[in-house]
Design a protein around this ligand. Structure first.
Ligand SMILES: Nc1ncnc2c1ncn2[C@@H]1O[C@H](COP(=O)(O)OP(=O)(O)OP(=O)(O)O)[C@@H](O)[C@H]1O
Ligand SMILES: O=P(O)(O)OC[C@@]1(O)O[C@H](CO)[C@@H](O)[C@@H]1O
Length: 303
């Protein structure tokens, strides 16, 4: 089973505005709503790709109900715990440039953390747990450490998709798989990534610290995988980009679905890239048919 944990799920409210102007009334030409948050996106894509997944985390209020209802409609197994307040609404403004305003979230107290830990009591070494997204300010700041230790107590594999100081502090726990983008990789070392050689060099440093699979995504350029059997470059297919929100989460989901199906890390990377790009070319997250279609256009190069 692949569990995802989203501490701060959202409704992603996409607003398309022909030409956005600050300080005045803008009218949207189109609006769309989706259940969001990084782990939720990973579960939605896993389900579409036919992998077994359960979405864990917190939901609150009418926005939380919307998130749960949409997941149930899509037949994603959902075990979000109820907390007080309201799940956040994240605004994704699409004008000439894309701007995101992510909301705050509900209060998650120590009791809510205990309840989440209890849900992990039955993990086994067959399970994978994806910890994805930012840690909201209301949550104890060591929650990812606590969750990772719980997973490791049960020998479950840990996947981390978060950035900044949170990711940096967690590398010493040697997760099975991380997926920073090239900016996040640079942030980890307080440098600016300028080239593929830089990506390989710094991904290598993380791998040396014991992270088994380091995938560094580079949007339309594809991704680098640094793993035990070597370093791979996967070029992303070309297409018309409709939405980049969730492309990284789709890469994570595709990678895991590919890994679970084939137990082959190269296949996992190809499937991940096809999934990321299929989402970038869709309004919502990718569908399996589009992923399979793009798969033949993803070529790996061993460097
Ligand atoms: N413009 C694009 N053209 C083709 N594929 C893309 C494009 N943008 C993203 N992708 C696909 O999605 C993958 C992940 O993209 P990206 O590096 O932007 O992740 P991210 O920064 O984590 O994304 P996000 O935070 O928006 O979900 C890429 O490796 C690629 O396969
Ligand atoms: O605020 P966080 O947790 O860092 O990111 C949340 C978010 O931007 O990430 C997803 C895309 O990756 C969206 O569905 C969601 O709105």
């Amino acid at each position: 089973m692949i569990y995802t944990i989203t501490l701060n799920p959202s409704i992603d409210y996409v607003m398309e505005v022909e030409s956005f102007q600050e300080g005045t009334v803008n009218r949207a030409s189109e609006t769309r709503y989706y259940p969001g948050g990084k782990g939720i996106n990973v579960s939605r894509v896993l389900k579409r790709l036919g992998a077994d997944t359960i979405a864990l985390g917190y939901a609150a209020g009418f926005t939380g109900n919307f998130i749960k209802e949409k997941l149930i409609e899509e037949q994603v197994a959902v075990r979000l715990l109820e907390v007080d307040g309201h799940s956040r609404i994240n605004v994704k403004l699409k004008a000439v440039k894309e701007t995101e305003i992510n909301g705050t979230g509900p209060l998650v107290d120590d009791d809510a953390v205990k309840r989440l830990l209890q849900q992990l009591n039955h993990l086994t070494s067959e399970d994978i747990v994806v910890l994805a997204g930012s840690v909201p300010g209301t949550v104890p700041s060591n929650i990812y450490e606590t969750l990772i230790l719980k997973c490791q107590e049960h020998d479950a594999k840990v996947v981390l998709d978060t950035g900044g100081s949170t990711l940096k502090a967690l590398l010493s726990y040697k997760p099975f798989f991380i997926k920073p983008n090239h900016h996040e990789l640079g942030d980890l070392f307080s440098i600016n990534i300028q080239s593929i050689d830089d990506v390989i060099h710094y991904a290598g440093k993380i791998h040396e610290q014991g992270v088994q699979n380091v995938v560094v995504s580079m949007a339309g350029e594809g991704a680098i995988l640094y793993t035990e059997s070597g370093v791979y470059f996967a070029k992303a297919p070309k297409g018309e980009v409709r939405n980049s929100v969730g492309a990284g989460d789709s890469l994570v989901a595709g990678f895991l679905a590919g890994f679970v199906n084939s137990n082959n890390i190269e296949e996992a990377l190809r499937y991940g890239i096809a999934s990321g790009s299929a989402t970038a070319f869709s309004y919502d997250l990718c569908q399996k048919v589009d992923v399979n279609h793009l798969l033949e256009q993803v070529h790996l190069e061993k460097l």
